[in-house]
Design a protein around this ligand. Structure first.
Ligand code: SF4
Length: 706
């Protein structure tokens, strides 16, 4: 019997787990009581995580390829698969240039994997065409943090929960989607009855039901609400004049903007009582610790960056940042979305939070990597742009790693047409359940969680080491090894000559020296000893103490931000929503989201019987008035239509949604062999102009009885 300490690979909470491997190979799992993020607690998904690696019935076991898509896949050797892929990439790059190829990766990837793919395409192939499914998830938060604080830096930590007396949860349902964080919030509230929880959500959820105040706003009115709260904070003198004067810019414009709308107007637009806005503002204004949490309700929006800024503004005008219990906390969806951001895993950034558009930053990485080419001076294609470019034949080849875009991308017509038309598709995945496999020219089997070694960073900047505990089945290889083997086939073997992922990690950490996320003081040995470390953690932090610290709990405690003049920027953002308008033909707004026991496109959780019991079938939540107008009864099959496509699922009639709003879970792709439960048949390709994050949460639809 052997035990291993690892991290749950579902969500960004990043709970520590202890896995026990019995002599007969059976695995069992429990929460790690010593891990500071979860202190032994696990949610239903985490508790059942080991079943996803014990059941190997859907695993991709060996490399496969075919010479054209009308031929069946053939089993081939790793050398053959990677040599053919390298030959196709070299031919396309020679004929059409480096921007003819792209990598589309995942927040499931480990930090080392992210780093290697970035190094390969940005530093050696000479294109910035790498983006991640995190683009669909938190890129609006990244841009929001950068514009307001000067860097993509989450200022807070989970311990701020217990130090806060007002917790403002907006566009999020952590009770289901970040359950361990929510258990800490609930425990804090139970022990301190004066703590106030405010939930902002167009739907009633388990989070809103355990809140003191639910602001059930109309979809798309988040900025109207935040600006109205800002106005009250100014009018009732709850703002911190000294902090504003010494540590921020932009307050005068902000004040002018929020004064343009009365609280009565704002309440009407939001569809809530003006009194509730005053209550929320009063609680925030009088609080000592004001902590805000948000996720996709703010991020997945055509105005997602402005929604983020409108929330961060509330912290800046009250000076509620960089102090225990205070700050804006973006909850990341994926387990290692943060690690991806750190290593440059988006089309517009480089490792160490460097920027593609910054010539100095490019030069630093060119020198660090000793690149044979100049790093391209323009951002690469983002997630949705990649699929549009494939459909237009501007992009010739895509390599998809550990993500399932044929369920998760918006407007499935575009994504499907793109893969149909694409010249060359490589799918690197664990499971044959990924819908992309049938479009692949080359399939590469990847090792899963517990079958490979690496690191991840959770939502509170906490880096944890994940050991290899079991062997991968068949010929599956760790993703990092697949990339370094491929790089050698491309002729870059000298720069990708790694023996293990520890060497990759050490290389990555050295390139962060002197940056805002300096982790030169972190290595595998330290992570194994300390269990986890919050960045930044510099080498000098280690050398100055005999016992290495556990990193940096909070950022901006000196109120010196990462902007040029060290001041945070308050933004006067417009409050109009620019989503697809509803019409007579499409009069309802469709929003989507998660259910408690499923994860993303269900390739893992869908295989665990216990998790399927909670909500076995997809459903549409519809308000009683909207159901009555359409003569639809509870449980009947309805067809939901948008300008792009349709979905057919049973209806759940409930006042949990506002009149005019309906809700569909995002998880299901196929059901009974058909794609008719796939939420993204209905969503559209609108994106936020700054973050390029899609407007998943707002689609105009009609619902009728099938
Ligand atoms: Fe895993 Fe997230 Fe649940 Fe923690 S809260 S056990 S990280 S799914």
């Amino acid at each position: 019997m052997k035990t291993f300490k690892s991290t749950c690979c579902y969500c960004g909470v990043g709970c520590g787990v202890v896995v026990t491997k019995e002599g007969n190979g059976q695995l069992s799992l429990e929460g790690d009581k010593e891990h500071p993020s979860n202190k032994g607690m696990l949610c239903s998904k985490g508790m059942n995580l080991h079943y996803t690696v014990m059941d190997q019935s859907d695993r991709l076991l060996y490399p496969q390829m075919r010479l054209n898509r009308s031929m069946p896949m053939q089993r081939v050797s790793w050398d053959d698969a990677l040599e053919r892929t390298a030959a196709v990439f070299k031919t396309l790059i020679k004929k059409f240039g480096p921007d003819s190829v792209a990598f589309y990766v995942s927040g499931q990837c480990l930090t080392e994997e992210y780093y290697l793919v970035n190094k390969l395409i940005k530093g050696f192939i000479g294109s910035n065409n790498i983006d991640t499914n995190s683009r669909l998830c938190m890129s609006s938060a990244v841009v929001g943090y950068k514009l307001a604080l000067g860097d993509d830096s989450v200022p807070v930590c989970y311990d701020d929960i217990e130090a806060a007396d007002v917790i403002y949860v907006t566009g999020a349902n952590p009770a289901w989607c970040h359950p361990i964080i929510w258990r800490r919030v609930e425990a804090h509230k139970a022990a301190n009855h004066d703590v106030k929880i405010i939930c902002v959500d167009p739907r009633k959820t388990d989070t809103s039901r355990s809140s003191d105040l639910h602001l059930q706003i109309a979809p798309g009115t988040d900025i109207v609400l935040n600006n109205a709260i800002g106005r009250i904070l100014i009018e009732q003198n709850y703002i911190d004049q000294t902090f504003i004067a010494e540590h921020t810019d932009g307050f005068a414009d902000f004040r002018e903007k929020v004064m343009q709308r009365t609280i009565a107007e704002a309440a009407e637009l939001c569809g809530i009582n003006a009194g509730d806005i005053y209550t929320a503002a009063g609680w925030i204004g009088r609080s000592k610790g004001f902590l805000s949490f948000w996720t996709m309700g703010l991020n997945q929006s055509v105005i997602g960056v402005n929604k983020n800024l409108s929330l961060i503004n509330l912290h800046l005008i009250t000076g509620r940042i960089g102090k225990p219990g205070n700050g804006p906390f973006s909850l990341t969806g994926q387990p290692n979305a943060m690690g991806g951001r750190e290593t440059g895993g988006l089309a517009n950034i480089l490792p160490g939070h460097r920027e593609i558009l910054n010539a100095e930053h490019r030069a630093e990485m060119e020198q660090f990597w000793n690149t044979p080419v100049k790093i391209a001076n323009k951002p690469g294609l983002t997630a949705t742009e990649m699929f549009e470019a494939l459909a237009d034949d501007k992009l010739k080849a895509i390599w998809i790693i550990n993500t399932n875009p044929l369920v998760s991308m918006p407007d499935m017509n575009v994504a499907e047409a793109a893969l149909n038309k694409s010249r060359f598709v490589v799918v690197q995945d664990v499971s044959n359940r990924a819908d992309t496999v049938k479009f692949a020219d080359v399939v590469l089997p990847a090792a899963a969680w517990l079958e490979k070694e690496g690191t991840m960073t959770n939502a509170e900047r906490r880096i944890t080491h994940l050991p290899k505990a079991i062997d991968a089945p068949g010929e599956a290889l760790p993703d990092a090894e697949i990339i370094w083997r491929f790089a050698a086939k491309m002729g870059f073997g000298d720069a990708f000559n790694y023996k293990n992922t520890s060497e990759v990690y050490d290389e990555y950490t050295s390139c962060t020296a002197g940056t805002s996320i300096d982790v030169t003081g972190v290595n595998y040995q330290l992570l194994k000893t300390n269990r986890s470390i919050q960045w930044p953690q510099t080498k000098s932090q280690n050398n100055n103490t005999n016992t290495p610290t556990t990193g940096t709990k909070r950022l901006f405690t000196d109120h010196q931000f990462h902007t040029k003049n060290k001041k945070a920027q308050i933004h006067a953002v417009p409050d109009e929503n620019t989503s697809e308008p509803t019409t007579e033909d499409y009069p309802l707004v469709l929003t989507n989201g998660r259910i408690r026991d499923q994860w993303h496109t269900m390739t893992k959780t869908g295989r665990v019987a216990k998790l399927n019991q909670h909500t076995p079938q997809p459903f549409l939540q519809l308000h009683p008035e909207d159901a009555k107008n359409r003569n639809i009864k509870e449980g009947q099959l309805a067809v939901i239509q948008s300008r792009r496509g349709e979905v057919r699922v049973k209806v759940n009639i409930t006042e949990d949604v506002r009149p005019g709003l309906c809700f569909l879970p995002m998880h299901w792709g196929k059901i009974l062999g058909s794609n008719l439960a796939r939420a993204n048949n209905l969503t559209n390709n609108l994106v936020d102009p700054k973050s390029k994050e899609p407007d998943f949460k707002f689609s105009a639809v009609q619902v009728s009885l099938y």
